[in-house]
Write a protein that binds this ligand. Structure first.
Ligand code: AMP
Length: 529
């Protein structure tokens, strides 16, 4: 059997991984200069955290999450398995008593864990706890009755009720509903609330990087395990200057990475005052189109009219473009506060010399956004050309149980796409080659080479030290194939003269140097040391 990585996930191999490191390192450095600190969030959370924040009607929550039931009490689970498997019989009293005692024991355990909040109190578990004792008592009665009457009818009812017990047992939930994180904001906000970070002075500015998981149809630039570098600002202020500062930080990062052709699009999608009014107008317009004899709309958009009408604006279907162009626009329906906020965001961007395009259709796929939304596209990516998305989410902290009136804004960069775009632009190579291939010949030379390798590495050079002795010709051939810049040769002659031979592999020129000169020479050649 040959194993392969599962669908939609991939390995990131050298030398590409060196570019990933450069991207992540640059992000850390740029974010630090803007006063952001790193937060490391878990890869899995309670599913409900995402359902509540990202939203039930979104693609992410409705079809893309990798969810599973945790297995907190494997013994209890196994015990339940045996109870479901062994059915009580109406004739055998001892067997029935044992069954009844065991099922009651299970229900007691379940109830204990649920009341201590160690297991979720789902409606199914609560039903098991309240209904099974009654069902057991009824079974007991039927058994007594059957002993006297041997009625076939009673036996049938007994089987039926035993089936009810089995169903209740099966439906009880013996672990939490968990999901691999499809995005990072929900976890950051959860952590902010859980650790009472609102008491910290000023705005809390956090960044994270790591894998996210969505069950998408894989294609270039779209994976099931992909990576994001994200940042969030949480606090009491929603000043438009914060929006512009966050966007400015992004643009600084892209500039430092030499990403060319990045285009920033912005929009405002209103707040809880003006957006519902707009949504009703939008929905009404869409319903009108839907109810025409031959609506030119695809299945996805039609189903979104009820669940998430804003997402219709996201559609890239050719046939829907003309329809969408005629739909009501949020920009014409913003309330005075949102309009003022949006105008000020644009002024603040201009103050920072940041160019932007306005795109009234930029609504983003997650429910928690309000007011400012933005997206950055980059060249070389085909249809999956968004490298970063973000926006303001002022109500989210409160929605997840945190202090009311907490504001928030953030973004997530798709690292896979950023790396792809850099590679396409020829910014993808990161020099990580060998400075020195240290060829040694003979046991005494090996001992000296081990010491020399240590000192060269301490000075910052990249050194390959062969683990076994390799013949001269083969050794230099390998140095060549490993693309080492220099071979340093250490044999009996060199040992006796207290020097090494250093050979520049590009032109074959060589010289004999003592260790201090070697260090100086390599420094001059590589710019390190
Ligand atoms: P979102 O969290 O959906 O706002 O996405 C933010 C950014 O993450 C996008 O602009 C993409 O660059 C990236 N992204 C989202 N989904 C995927 C995916 N399945 N594969 C690769 N990158 C993705």
């Amino acid at each position: 059997m040959k194993f392969q990585a599962i669908k939609g996930v991939r390995d990131i191999l050298p030398p590409e991984s060196a570019l990933w490191n450069r991207v992540e390192q640059t992000a850390r450095e740029v974010f630090r200069t803007f006063g952001f600190s790193e937060i490391r969030i878990p890869d899995a959370e309670h599913t409900e955290l995402f359902t509540r924040s990202v939203g039930e009607g979104t693609d992410i929550v409705s079809k893309e999450m990798f969810s599973f039931q945790d297995h907190e009490y494997p013994d209890l689970d196994r015990f339940r398995g045996t109870l479901i498997f062994h059915q009580p019989t109406i004739e055998d009293r001892m067997q029935f008593d044992l069954y009844k005692a065991q099922v009651s024991g299970f229900v007691n355990e379940l109830s204990k864990h649920v009341s201590k909040r160690e297991l979720p109190s789902t409606p199914e578990s609560l039903r098991a706890i309240t209904e099974i004792p009654t069902l057991l008592a009824q079974l007991e009665n039927m058994r007594e009755q059957y002993r006297e009457t041997a009625s076939e009818q009673t036996r049938v009812r007994f089987e039926l009720y035993a089936g009810h017990v089995r169903d209740r047992l099966r439906a009880a939930q013996l672990g939490d509903n968990l999901s691999l994180r499809p995005e990072g904001t929900a976890s950051v906000v959860r952590a902010y609330i859980e650790h009472g970070m609102h008491v910290l002075p000023g705005n809390v500015k956090l960044y994270y990087m790591g894998p996210m998981f969505r069950r998408e149809r894989p294609q270039r630039g779209r994976y099931r395990q992909f990576y994001q570098i994200g940042a969030e600002v949480l606090g009491t202020s929603d000043a438009p200057g914060i929006d512009a500062e966050v966007i400015g930080m992004l643009m600084t990062l892209f500039e430092q990475l030499k990403l060319k052709g990045a285009v920033l699009s912005i929009n405002s999608i209103g707040d809880s005052k003006c957006r519902p009014v707009y949504l009703e107008k939008l929905r009404a317009a869409l319903v009108k189109i839907r109810d025409q004899p031959e609506p030119q709309m695809g299945h996805d958009s039609l189903s979104r009219i009820e669940t998430n009408p804003l997402r219709v604006l996201d559609s890239k279907l050719e046939s829907e473009q003309a329809i969408i162009e005629k739909l009501p626009r949020i920009g014409d329906h913003l309330c005075a506060d949102c309009r003022g906020h949006y105008d000020e965001v644009k002024r603040q961007l201009t103050l920072r010399g940041i160019a932007y395009q306005e795109n009234w259709r930029l609504v983003r796929g997650l429910d928690y956004y309000m007011r400012t939304t933005f997206e950055i596209t980059a060249p070389g990516l085909g249809s999956q050309n968004a490298v970063c998305g973000g926006g303001r989410y002022d109500g989210l902290v409160e929605l997840l149980g945190g202090p009311a009136a907490t504001k928030g804004i953030g973004f997530a960069i798709g690292t896979d796409r950023l790396v792809l775009s850099l590679q396409e632009a020829g910014e993808g190579t990161v020099q990580e080659g060998l400075d020195v291939y240290l060829a040694w010949f003979g046991a005494a030379a090996q001992a000296a080479a081990i010491g020399l390798a240590k000192r060269l590495r301490e000075a910052g050079f990249v050194v390959e030290l062969p683990a076994i002795e390799i013949k001269f010709g083969k050794s230099l051939g390998l140095a060549d194939r490993l693309k080492a810049r220099h071979a340093v040769i250490l044999g009996d002659d060199e040992l006796a003269a207290k020097v090494v031979t250093v050979k520049r592999l590009a032109d074959g020129s060589q010289k004999k140097l003592a260790e201090p000169e070697l260090l100086a020479y390599l420094s001059a050649e590589t710019g390190k040391g």
